[in-house]
Write a protein that binds this ligand. Structure first.
Ligand code: UGA
Length: 421
């Protein structure tokens, strides 16, 4: 009997507690007095008409309604698709806090996958992925791929490496380690967990090409001991490693040869031509053209590249595929275009030509078109305007933080060997 009484009292208390908590929650979440008075009205009427159970039900309903509204208004992440367990993949992006990696992370997250970003923040930045931090499908790991990594994943996008010439030349040994040991580690991981690996290779494997435009069957023209070799040769051996793991261990590999890419989230001090010219034009400084400016490049917007990477990863094409926009321009034309789009009065200044600078570069993308159904769709000017807008905002941000970045010149770190190899 005593036991039953205790049970009854605690039962009532539980119910009362629930009631009080629900009321407190509603009062807190409704925030606005007006909404709160409506809630009280509903509650008062219910109190008179129904018994305690009905009130409780009503409170739960109202509470649920408000929590839904609050969820909608306080949702801090970009919208994410729901994928069933069967379709949802666990995806690792090495270098995922970098320029391309962070855009890829956005796409895969919004498509509903579970994304793990690994970055050593050498050129990547937390700011690029901060909008996902705390999301249940997202994880950010501060890790250098030169060290082994032990996680369970289905797909690996291996992007980790500095990609801008001044950055990769800054510490060539580290660039080599990242592209060789780092790639071996990721292939080892892919083998252990049965994941598919996509290597972000580069148009630089073609070196200073003697064939124009460059198709995937061209073997390239690379100086193995020049200043760019740490990157060119590092990526070439990374490709070799992929195919060794494929043949010997049965690892599924995909190799994307990425041509010049630009867009928001390029680092202000990146040192590549797009960021340098935009920054110079916005700050009214001279646009620095290396050499005569007659060397050519073809620039693709980052969203096109990301779509190509995902299409390649999910295709059955294991041989290398070029991803780039074939619209070719001289660097001088490009300087004039950016100056016009910014509406800048900057001069154009001709500086010494960079050593081993590829003279002509343009992708042959017939393979990607045919096998992936992929084609770049963002026009150059549209992409540039978006990038200019982004850099304008970045300059404001930096100014508020009392830091005005300068475009990075193409030179090797002070104190290191300056021998011209
Ligand atoms: O943008 C990219 O995605 C590519 O950038 C670099 O390749 P590169 O073509 O040398 O890129 P930039 O440094 O942007 O140079 C492009 C051209 O502009 C010239 N340049 C660069 C910077 C500058 O201030 N002025 C200037 O005239 C360079 O000499 C070069 O001829 C990387 O090596 C590639 O891996 C990467 O894929």
């Amino acid at each position: 009997m005593k036991k039953r009484m205790v049970w009854l009292i605690t039962g009532i208390n539980r119910r009362m507690m629930k009631l009080l908590i629900a009321l407190a929650l509603i009062a807190y979440s409704a925030k606005f007095r007006h909404s709160f008075s409506i809630v009280s009205l509903i509650l008062n009427r219910s109190l008179q008409e129904n018994g305690e159970l009905k009130i409780e039900k009503k409170i739960e309903e109202v509470g649920f309604f408000f929590s839904k509204i609050i969820y909608i208004f306080t949702q801090k992440y970009p919208p994410v698709k729901f994928l069933s367990e069967k379709d949802r993949k666990r995806i690792l992006i090495t270098g995922g806090a970098g320029f391309v990696g962070s855009h890829l992370a956005d796409k895969l997250m919004m498509d509903g996958h579970e994304v793990t970003v690994v970055d050593n923040f050498f050129t990547g930045r937390k700011r690029n992925v901060e909008h996902w931090i705390g999301h249940e499908n997202f994880e950010l790991i501060n890790h250098d791929v030169v060290e082994p990594l032990y996680i369970e994943v289905d797909q690996i996008y291996h992007l980790a490496s500095p990609a801008s010439p001044p950055n990769y030349m800054y510490n060539p040994i580290k660039t080599l380690k990242t592209n060789t040991i780092g790639t071996l580690n990721m292939l080892g991981l892919a083998k252990r967990v049965g994941a598919r690996l996509l290597l972000a290779s580069t148009s630089e494997v073609y070196g200073d090409p003697e064939v124009h435009p460059q198709s995937e069957d061209y073997w390239g023209h690379v100086n193995p001991i020049g200043p760019r070799a740490c990157y060119d040769e590092g990526k070439r051996v990374a490709e070799t490693m992929c195919y060794a793991y494929m043949k010997q261990e049965g690892v599924e590999v995909r190799v994307a040869r990425i041509f010049n890419t630009f867009g928001p989230r390029m680092h202000m001090n990146d040192g590549r031509v797009v960021s340098n010219f935009i920054l110079q034009a916005l700050q009214g400084e001279a646009l620095t053209v290396y050499g005569t400016g007659s060397q050519t490049r073809a620039f693709q917007y980052v969203s096109d590249l990301v779509n190509g990477l995902v299409a390649l990863m999910n295709s059955n094409v294991s041989s290398p595929v070029n991803l780039g926009n074939p619209e070719e321009h001289t660097i001088l034309e490009f300087a004039k275009l950016i100056k016009n789009l910014v509406g800048s009065r900057s001069q154009i200044q001709f500086l010494q030509e960079a050593q081993d600078d590829p003279q002509r570069r343009k992708p042959d993308i017939r393979k990607a078109k045919m096998l992936l159904g992929w084609d770049p769709v963002v026009p150059l000017e549209e992409g540039l305007n978006k990038t200019i807008h982004y850099f304008g905002r970045e300059l404001e941000y930096q100014a508020n933080n009392q830091y005005i970045p300068k475009p990075k010149p193409a030179r090797i770190k002070k104190g290191r060997s300056r021998h011209n190899l």
